[in-house]
Design a protein around this ligand. Structure first.
Ligand SMILES: NC(=O)c1ccc[n+]([C@@H]2O[C@H](COP(=O)([O-])OP(=O)(O)OC[C@H]3O[C@@H](n4cnc5c(N)ncnc54)[C@H](OP(=O)(O)O)[C@@H]3O)[C@@H](O)[C@H]2O)c1
Length: 322
């Protein structure tokens, strides 16, 4: 028995040195990774990309879909501030005229408006005509719609037309606009396409299922396309915001974690060329990291289920009360 104990101790002593080396190597690897992450974070969130998003680097015109409100309007304004001429595309000519006038009065740039309803599929020849001859440096595929309130799939009011509208606006528009603009970017070997997905693409969000799935499409489409065209000088970015205070999110008062669209877009444009998939805004990046790295997707989905079921009940109760 005592011989066995002595043999065991002997074996442990023999393994001591290799285990120490393994421990030291693991600690060094973790430290190098932590420093790497810190430096990458500083590069993106503190230093930014300098003058990369400018007409000189990418091309004279920027095209923004869903440009009369929220995040799209903020992209249009910020890109104009950086000297791009802007093509604004949205449904209402009146709102387009207002935004166009406001931009031209603040920045010395040209604007062009195209009134088009992305819920239909026959608008693309008209948009192609409107874009003809322009040197397009940036396309922001921003237009998007969501649910009126969280709802179980089969109980969504006018389900058939809801499905068509959501898919046409959130998915078809991204593919079709890209197919109109990308060929000339490839010819010029420069350009950036910024596709506005959503943090709801990171894990399935029940009761907003069609929206969340449509945004996962946008994210996958962007990342696949980035791999295809990166070597040809084209930047394709998948942008995944969490909450931003807009009409769509129904958030009226901005906070640090739910910023104004202007604040969000100023931060997001600093990540172009540095991150092909981005949360766009540092507090959202922390939230995205927590939900994807620290928490299992199943846990996030079941937490969201509980939260959205209660939001749905609250909404329906208020509707009943009139
Ligand atoms: N806000 C958020 O918290 C949040 C979070 C994650 C992702 N996102 C994404 O960010 C993008 C912009 O959202 P947002 O919050 O800025 O939305 P928003 O405030 O509702 O603005 C949407 C814009 O799209 C236009 N639009 C809506 N339906 C259209 C249609 N059928 N045809 C043409 N234009 C249309 C609207 O103009 P008109 O209504 O005047 O036509 C408006 O200019 C969306 O893709 C959304 O999914 C938003």
């Amino acid at each position: 028995m005592s011989n066995m104990l002595a043999d065991g101790l002997e074996a442990l002593r023999a393994a001591e040195a290799p285990l120490l080396v393994l421990g030291a190597l693991t600690a060094a690897w973790l430290a190098v990774r932590a420093v790497g992450c810190l430096l990458a974070g500083l590069r993106v969130w503190v230093l930014g990309n300098g003058r990369l998003v400018s007409p000189g680097s990418l091309g004279q015109w920027a095209v923004v879909t869903g440009a009369t409100d929220g995040i799209g309007k903020a992209y249009a304004e910020e890109l104009a501030r950086r000297g791009f001429n802007i093509v604004l595309i949205s449904r209402s000519q009146e709102k387009l005229d207002d935004v166009s006038k406001a931009i031209e009065s603040k920045c010395e740039v040209q604007t062009k408006t195209i009134a088009a309803d992305f819920s239909t599929r026959d608008i693309y020849p008209k948009i192609e005509e409107g874009l003809a001859g322009l040197e397009i440096g940036v396309l922001v595929n921003n237009v998007g719609v969501s649910y009126g309130y969280p709802e179980f799939f089969l109980s969504i009011p006018n389900l058939d037309s809801f499905i068509n509208t959501l898919i046409n606006v959130n998915i078809t528009s991204v593919c079709q606009m890209t197919s109109l603009v990308l060929p000339r970017m490839v010819q010029r070997k420069k350009g950036a396409i910024l596709n506005i997905s959503s943090a709801s693409a990171l894990a399935p969000i029940p009761l907003l299922t069609v929206y969340s799935a449509s945004k996962a499409f946008v994210d996958f489409f962007s990342r696949g396309l980035e791999a295809e065209y990166k070597s040809q000088g084209i930047i394709i970015q998948s942008v995944l915001p969490s909450f931003v205070a807009t009409k769509l999110s129904k958030i009226r008062r901005a906070t640090l974690d739910k910023p104004t669209p202007q604040r969000y877009v100023a931060a997001a444009l600093g990540t172009v060329g540095l991150q092909s998939q981005t949360s766009g805004y540092f507090p959202h990046a922390v939230l995205g990291w927590l939900t994807t790295v620290l928490l299992p997707a199943k846990l996030v989905t079941s937490y969201m289920m509980g939260m959205l079921v209660s939001q749905r009940a609250h909404y329906l109760k208020k509707q009943k009360q009139g």
